[in-house]
Design a protein around this ligand. Structure first.
Ligand SMILES: Nc1ncnc2c1ncn2[C@@H]1O[C@H](COP(=O)(O)OP(=O)(O)OP(=O)(O)O)[C@@H](O)[C@H]1O
Ligand SMILES: [Mg+2]
Length: 360
């Protein structure tokens, strides 16, 4: 067995996953995941239902063993192939789940102090630290209450205090806010990431809510079909999605089927023709991504579209448009409304367009 007692330095990654695979029977759920989380970094795992997010998190937590690959947490090998697995309690990580998972028979304070009790801290020390953690999430006044008497948002704050009280090398979050209503979700997501940053903690944050992932994370890993399709800062993923799947999952804009010939993309059904300089001499089938941010209604625009719906959004309108023969739809923000069925002219910002070559 490998040495598991390596000393972590401040620069040791919080997590290194190397070609982690997981299968249940004949079904491959994770296909060679490589992931490194730097110290103090928050990485969000974002992906459609069933893509393997929870499975990867459970492997990191030690609640599930990998079928293959290696994992280190803070310099310690916690999984090596299917053979060696360090049990959850020996990993010293913090966890926050969707369903709070607080102990109903313990007070709020004792819930938060639990990880300290597990590692043998004296009562006075653990109570003081637990109170400080509760104060950080704004709940020190509820220390003596029982968890069942708290609101959902308060319970999740208690779970967060419990996850950070021991200042673990890694905190794992699995959809922590999905049981809460939208407004609370947004404010709590911001609060959680602020707290993690103040404490300099590293985290993996699983969600299928884009806005939440972009709020909390330094980098976002887009997981599709058991693989990490792209990992980068949110802005970089939006500016340059790595594949059609990523663009589609994030709903970045319209994807138009067509063909590239001599550096010119022509839509198969839409009356659309744009120059595509960055295609390395490729000729053949392709998809053009027109991000929402690349389109604007403009009288001198070169692209024609028909208005399907004009949706008022408070501070602006969203125009739902059909491009040629209704084959493609496009959503575009506008300062003014448009009448259903009329034609509008659109200007495209060429530098924001992306082309993906396709084989079919
Ligand atoms: N114990 C198990 N036995 C068999 N299949 C499993 C088991 N656990 C998970 N799976 C399958 O693995 C796949 C990935 O599941 P996982 O829970 O990791 O998805 P997820 O990305 O977290 O999805 P969601 O967003 O819905 O929570 C799913 O198809 C699921 O049915
Ligand atoms: Mg899940």
């Amino acid at each position: 067995m490998r040495d598991t007692s390596t000393q972590a330095t401040p620069r040791t990654p919080a997590l290194i996953a190397t070609t982690i695979g997981k299968r249940f029977g004949d079904t491959y759920v994770l296909r060679g995941i490589d992931l490194t989380v730097a110290p103090g970094e928050i990485v969000a795992l974002l992906g459609p239902s069933g893509c393997g997010k929870t499975t990867l998190l459970r492997i990191a937590a030690g609640l599930l063993s990998a079928s293959s690959g290696r994992m280190e947490i803070a310099g310690r090998t916690v999984a090596d192939g299917a053979v060696h697995t360090l049990p959850p309690e020996a990993r010293g990580i913090g966890m926050v789940f969707q369903d709070y998972a607080l102990w109903p028979h313990l007070s709020v304070l004792d819930n938060v102090a639990f990880p300290l009790r597990m590692r043998g801290d004296k009562r006075a020390v653990r109570n003081e630290r637990a109170r400080a953690a509760l104060a950080r999430v704004g709940l020190d006044h509820l220390a003596d209450r029982s968890p069942g008497t708290l609101s959902g948002g308060q319970q999740q704050r208690v779970a967060l205090a419990r996850a950070i009280v021991a200042e673990p090398p890694l905190v794992l979050f699995d959809e922590p806010l999905s049981n809460l209503d939208r407004e609370l979700r947004e404010s709590l997501a911001l609060e959680m990431s602020t707290l993690l940053r103040e404490l300099g903690l590293s985290a993996i944050y699983v969600t299928h809510d884009q806005a939440e992932a972009f709020t909390v994370a330094d980098r976002v890993a887009i997981m599709i079909g058991g693989e990490i399709a792209q990992i980068a800062a949110p802005e970089a993923i939006f500016a340059d999605p790595a594949s059609v799947d990523v663009a589609q999952f994030l709903n970045i804009g319209a994807l138009i089927d067509g063909e590239i010939a001599e550096r010119q993309f022509r839509g198969s059904s839409a009356a659309l023709s744009v120059e595509t300089p960055l295609t390395n001499g490729y000729n053949g089938r392709a998809k053009l991504l027109i991000p929402r941010t690349a389109v604007r209604a403009a009288q001198d625009g070169t692209l024609r579209a028909r208005v399907r719906r004009s949706q008022f959004q408070g501070d602006r309108y969203l125009l739902h448009l059909d491009l040629g023969a209704g084959a493609h739809s496009l959503v575009c923000p506008s300062d003014v409304p448009a009448t259903q069925g009329t034609e509008v002219a659109l200007a495209l910002q060429a530098e924001r367009l992306r082309v993906f070559t396709t084989t079919h």
